[in-house]
Design a protein around this ligand. Structure first.
Ligand code: ATP
Length: 292
């Protein structure tokens, strides 16, 4: 059977400016990836006298906080190819095929190096080994295969100092990942990507999402974030709000043009944002009703 998972290989167009806030995390990721690129000799794991082992990064935290976005942005900022795979996409019901998919994935990464190899939902691909319920030890074998490929990464490019495959993983549940994946040289830099806690962080996210949109000059973003938005919104929530506000604006402009002859400004107005926030809050409280 052919290796069919839909991994995407490209230099992504997401830039650091598209990621609102998370300044410390951007800096840490940049250092982790740029230093081995600039000084490969120092990171050559076998012969460097300093013996610095290269790091892989595991971004963890609640859903929608920008983990995938960060991985895309770093690949673009460092002009690296971006190879992305969601854990479950590699899984295959046929015996031995998942391990083969893992091998193929690393082969593809080598062919396209320098690249970021991004594992979304890493927990589903590399769960703690030896659990009951892993019939036939399939997942255990997948984890072993992953370890073999990761450890072999540096040995495969004999003509280069090190292979330039940079590992980034993302998960909402780091506790479910097999601990061996988190050892030095593997996904050893654990980076927590939180929900924005301060007004400044929330503003930066909202601003990153809206700065290129046609927005009414009278709309006060700061006031909107301070007075109207709940404090626990994730980046993905802000994205949903922004998207809905655009749709509200389009509807409003169309219906105004049907009843009036004067041209409406084709901009997103405060009312478009406020309206979708009302819907959004209503949805949130519906969910709370279900949960509690
Ligand atoms: P999950 O854990 O559910 O996979 P995630 O942490 O990987 O989520 P992303 O997929 O990166 O989250 O974010 C979803 C969308 O939310 C992004 O495409 C982006 O539009 C928006 N977003 C999230 N965080 C930010 C941010 N810090 N700045 C700007 N936009 C953001």
């Amino acid at each position: 059977r052919k290796f069919q998972q839909e991994n995407k290989l490209k230099i992504d167009s997401v830039k650091w400016g598209d990621v609102g806030g998370l300044g410390d995390i951007k800096e840490l990721i940049t250092d982790t990836i740029l230093l081995p690129l600039k000084y490969p000799g120092l990171f050559k794991s076998t012969e460097s006298q300093l013996g610095i082992t290269r790091s892989g990064i595991l971004l963890y935290g609640p859903p929608g906080t920008g983990k995938t976005l960060l991985a895309k942005a770093i690949s673009n900022e460092c002009a690296l190819n971006f190879l992305s795979v969601k854990g479950p996409e590699l899984l295959d019901m046929y015996v031995g095929q998942t391990e083969q998919n893992v091998r193929n994935l690393f082969e593809k990464a080598r062919l396209n190096s320098p690249c970021i190899l991004f594992f979304d939902e890493l927990d589903s691909l590399a769960p703690v080994r030896g659990r009951a319920g892993d019939s036939g030890g399939v997942m255990d074998r997948v984890v072993s295969q992953l370890l073999t490929e990761i450890d072999g990464m540096d040995k495969l490019n004999s003509h280069e100092e090190i292979s330039h495959i940079f590992l980034i993983g993302a998960t909402n549940r780091p506790d479910l990942i097999d601990q061996s994946l988190l050892r030095p040289g593997r996904f050893d830099k654990l980076v927590y990507v939180p929900i924005a806690k301060t007004f400044e962080e929330r503003f930066k996210i909202f601003d990153a999402l809206t700065k290129k949109l046609p927005i009414d000059a009278l709309f006060d973003k700061e006031e909107f974030i301070k007075r109207k938005c709940p404090n626990n919104l994730s980046g993905a929530d802000f994205y949903a709000i922004t998207n809905k506000a655009r749709q509200n604006a389009i509807k409003r402009i169309i219906s105004a043009s049907e009843i009036a002859t004067d041209n409406q400004d084709e901009v997103i107005k405060e009312e478009d944002f406020v309206k979708c926030l009302e819907d959004f809050n209503a949805n949130l409280s519906d969910q709370e009703l279900v949960i509690y």
